[in-house]
Ligand binder design. Structure first.
Ligand SMILES: [Zn+2]
Length: 336
């Protein structure tokens, strides 16, 4: 028997074993940080690991599920567990939430002589929240374990990372991920959805639930139709307005990167938009490097603007990108 999470998400089994043996050997740090792309199950793994730390009768294979602590945990009312996450998806973790961590660390554990803080994604903390958390990391309490996860470790303060035990969670091998998806989804086009999710199986499930994979196939079709002059760009843009602009921008971003790779004599990314590789190859052959770079710059500027929350207009950006792309494809005559 293995922990529930390692049975359900088999690529997490090695990391579960590592963490569980760290407890047994009493080498688990007071703060640990799981790093890896979104959609691998880091949060689910840390949730079960919280239960493991709080369980009164755990083994390496997982929490017992029977003790008083496990009952409280399963009821979602364990007093020695504090979950710290953005109040809304995609928003920041606020400094007030970190103050609660400090208070929690300074109180006595109620049930199991252990307390656990599960916090993530860590990059959602702004600079003030990060600095406030550093205090708890610098003055560890022997009773509390901080469990952090991050999808974007490059955006974390170096001082946060240096005070945690780091564990990399790797994306499973392609075939393993695909086999898992086939067992867990009835949907079609699993391969292209998995590529869209950069090989992260839970991300792929998420995309299917939000119909992003359907939009992606439609995006590819629209791009073909525009190239063949079977569709008109303004009607296409109107359709795309109903979708999350982040995705459309990412698809353009990948197309542009593929163009640049082709121009540099490199093969395109295996995880990128394979359905549109003939288009990016055509753009690569007819466009100059500077034209392509200017499209990429527009995208990156927009990304920066969004991070600084200055509310750029994504519809306008996408319109510009599409028009630039079509004019590189030699379809500029259909602009009007
Ligand atoms: Zn238990």
């Amino acid at each position: 028997m293995n922990a529930k999470v390692a049975q359900a998400l088999p690529w997490l089994a090695p990391i579960w074993q590592r963490l569980a043996s760290q407890i047994q050997e009493q080498r688990l740090g007071h703060a640990i940080l799981l790093l890896g792309q979104q959609g691998l199950g880091k949060r689910v793994l840390l949730r079960e690991f919280s239960q493991q730390l709080l369980c009164l009768d755990s083994t390496n294979s997982g929490p017992c599920g029977e003790c008083g602590s496990c009952h409280l945990f399963n009821a979602g009312t364990h007093p020695d567990l504090l979950m710290v996450e953005p109040e809304e998806v995609g928003k920041q973790i606020k400094i007030e939430q970190i103050r609660k961590v400090t208070d929690f660390v300074n109180t006595t554990a109620g049930r199991s002589n252990n307390k656990v803080v599960l916090l993530g994604p860590a990059e959602a903390m702004n600079i003030n929240a990060s600095n406030a958390l550093l205090k708890s990391l610098e003055e560890p309490s022997s009773q509390t374990t901080l469990l952090l996860y991050s999808h974007q470790p490059s955006s974390l303060l170096a001082t946060i990372k240096s005070r945690c035990q780091l564990y990399a969670v790797y994306t499973p091998p392609w075939q393993q991920a695909l086999d898992w998806l086939k067992q867990n989804s009835q949907q079609e086009s699993l391969e292209s959805t998995l590529r869209l999710a950069k090989g992260a199986p839970l991300k792929a499930i998420d995309l299917m639930e939000q119909d992003v994979h359907v939009q992606y196939m439609q995006f590819c079709q629209d791009m073909f139709d525009l190239q063949q002059a079977k569709a008109n760009w303004s009607a296409t843009l109107t359709k795309w307005k109903a979708w999350d602009s982040q995705w459309i921008m990412m698809w353009f971003y990948e197309l542009i990167l593929d163009v640049q790779k082709t121009q540099a004599g490199l093969p395109p990314e295996s995880m990128s938009i394979q359905e549109l590789q003939s288009q990016s190859a055509q753009v690569a052959s007819v466009s100059r490097y500077a034209q392509v770079q200017s499209m990429l710059d527009k995208l990156l500027d927009n990304q920066k603007a969004q991070q600084s929350q200055s509310n750029p207009n994504p519809v306008l950006i996408i319109e510009t990108l599409l028009i630039d792309w079509l004019s590189l494809l030699g379809q500029s005559g259909h602009r009007t």
